[in-house]
Ligand binder design. Sequence first.
Ligand code: KE4
Length: 439
Amino acid sequence: MSNHEIVDLHTEYSTTISRSWFERAQRVLPGGVNSPVRAFKSVGGQPPVIAYAEGAVLVDVDGNEYIDYIGSWGPMILGHREPSVVDAVHSAVDMGFSYGAPSTPEVCLAEEIITRVPGLEMVRFVNSGTEATMSAIRLARAATKRNVIIKFSGGYHGHADSFLVQAGSGAATFGLPDSPGVTPGAAQDTRCAIINDLDSVRALFEAEPDKIAAVIVEPVGGNVGCIPPVYGFLAGLRKLCTEFGALLIFDEVMTGFRVARGGAIERYNITPDLATFGKVIGGGLPVGAYGGKKEIMSLVAPQGPVYQAGTLSGNPLAMKAGLATLALLDDVAYRSLERKSARLEEGLTTACKELGIPAVVQRVGSMLTLFFTDKGVKNYADAQTCDHTRFRKFFHGMLERGAHLPPSGYECWFVSTAHSDTQIERTIHIAQEALASTK
Ligand code: KE4
């Protein structure tokens, strides 16, 4: 399969086969998908069903090619089927799929992650970001002997009950379940603050000074679109947690090894007590991890009493894919990601300006979001005021012209090392057309 450099403009954009597969999928999978955002509910229409991918290109079952900005929601930072990652998985397959016993790749990946992330001394592998964050919260509660956690409105940490909590009105509020099946009991120990608003966090601490076990934050908001931390926000969280005896948890499932070689911890030079990872460290295979200082991590079973387990945790195939991925994420790769992502940001910004479309592109490294708004987006409420109707039109305009954005205005676009300059320029060109079509 050749590496797709130029994506042909869709002359005949047929989705016949995708539609028949998606109808078939809806008969056996809730909503036809295995994760809600994939179903296009927030942008309308039906999703292309993907047949295969290579480099920065997705190809659907109708043969349509798309420059890929989903990147599997973050893991595919090297693009699809990066040859050395493919080789690593092939070689791992020859040694067996899963042992349920200690093996060397899990040790090597743990050492690599610990080497990269300042302050990290020990990690535990799990199989998803959700498992990582739910385990980190359990550990924080055990370590502090406290129950309450603070998250942020619009912060997404996976689908564990205590995270599926919607902030009520106002800065500080008791959590309300935002999914059926999440019991009031599961939500009662979750509080919501406002991203980039330290006063809203302090208010929660002062209301329950000795009850807060942890603050969990995406150091760069990635689940309400890309929302960088305002200056001093992360340092302020660090200070508040230390002052009130709570643990600071950086949820780096998305930012880990995406926004810098050592993740947001390195980029912002703030040391949390615990950090969670996923996505990139599996190179596209199912992996999550949580980690921190040995003093805290030694509480995790079997070294300590905090129970957590997993049949496929440390799976050798996934560990080898993660190792091969991180091996290619060196300074040259990050400089290339920065250059290409900055060019995309510039191209999109210029296109909107020339068309007189109110928009702002917010970016940290190779994760970015184009918000249709005339002001900066600093928190969830700001993101909600953006023009999501225009986003829906823009999204489909891009899809039909050969670029697959994440199907929601509340998600990040991901650039990979496989995105060529030609594909970045192509994206900017078709964005000019797609933006014009939204007017
Ligand atoms: P998973 O359980 O989906 O591996 O990870 C949950 C998670 C935890 N923390 C952060 C910061 C995350 O972004 C995620 C998952 N991210 C979404 C994308 N916004 C996954 C896409 C999906 O849900 O299908």
